[in-house]
Design a protein around this ligand. Structure first.
Ligand code: BDR
Ligand code: CA
Length: 293
């Protein structure tokens, strides 16, 4: 199986991504997960990752708490979308499994350096933790297969008219990764906005009665949100469900109005692989099969 690390801020769509990854031990060897500040504060996201590992029967996975805030800017949380604790509707008890003791940044560095094979990193939150790991230990780029970041848009943003939530919340960190040595794939809103499940799909999923399926159906009881982050894990499992193109993308870190905007630059060497298309029925089939199994 492919070594995988998930850096995450659950978050409803993070929950889908995490449960999807945990459902496929034959595909992913999950080396650790790290909690980011994002949708809600770090104390909630670090508890939520463990609540999800508990329900999936994987309390053995090391969960490390990362940075409680972005590098330069103030964190803007969105409890109105995900609920005060980040997982409204999931109906999960408090975590039983413990937190790992170390901070996520050194833990990321060690997990990547110590791996026998290059590690894929799913960054489905503001990317503060992974950016700082790359600043502290640039050599980890050599053992990083791919950093897949949920974020960015070339059209309308979802937190400001210009920016997507994850990039807006730490544009400096994102800009470190986009200009860095490790290969980056951008899973932006153009693709993830196509992942709104239908009420029928949710009902079918709930009817499987499986624990992970019940959690996801609970989170989507009133289906008004996209499953953005699940696209990152789906891409790592089934790249054939996506189309990608190498492009040159820059991140706005100066202008306050357009802060965190991702711009396609026609000239200049390609620096990121951009996901441009998704097989939507294929995506929902994969989710159904994995969560309902
Ligand atoms: C992204 O921002 C967060 O709200 C979601 O969890 C996802 O990572 C969507 O823009
Ligand atoms: Ca997220």
């Amino acid at each position: 199986p492919q070594p995988l690390i998930i850096d995450t801020d659950p978050g409803k769509d993070d929950a889908v991504a995490i449960l999807l990854a945990l459902s496929a031990p034959e595909i992913f060897d999950i080396r650790m997960m790290s909690a980011a500040a994002g949708n809600v504060g770090l104390h909630h996201t670090s508890a939520n990752i463990r609540r999800l590992c508990d329900v999936a029967g994987r309390p053995d996975i090391a969960v490390h708490a990362g940075c409680p805030r972005p590098i330069l800017r103030a964190l803007q949380t969105v409890p109105d979308i995900h609920g005060e604790d980040g997982l409204a509707g999931a109906d999960l008890p408090p975590p039983v499994m413990p937190m790992a003791e170390r901070h996520a940044v050194p833990a990321l560095i060690d997990a990547i350096s110590a791996s026998d094979r290059p590690v894929s990193v799913a960054c489905i939150a503001p990317v503060t933790n992974m950016a700082l790991a790359c600043v502290m230990a640039p050599e980890i780029a050599e053992n990083t297969a791919e950093i897949v970041i949920m974020g960015g848009t070339f059209g309308r943003g979802n937190i400001t008219p210009y920016a997507s939530f994850n990039i807006y919340n730490d544009p400096h960190a994102a800009s470190i990764l986009f200009g860095g040595e490790a290969p980056v794939t951008m899973m932006g809103l153009e693709v993830t906005r196509r992942t709104m499940p239908t009420p029928e799909w949710c009902a079918r999923l709930a009817a499987t009665g499986r624990p992970a399926a019940r959690v996801v159906a609970g989170l989507w009881r009133d289906p008004t949100a996209f499953m953005n982050d699940a696209c990152v894990v789906a891409y790592l499992m089934r790249p054939d469900l996506f189309k990608t193109e190498w492009r040159h993308v820059e991140i706005e870190i100066n202008d306050e109005t357009e802060m965190g905007r991702t711009r396609l630059i026609g000239t200049g060497e390609a620096n990121v692989k951009v996901a441009t298309d998704i097989d939507v029925p294929g995506f929902f089939e994969l989710l159904f099969r994995q969560l309902g199994r």
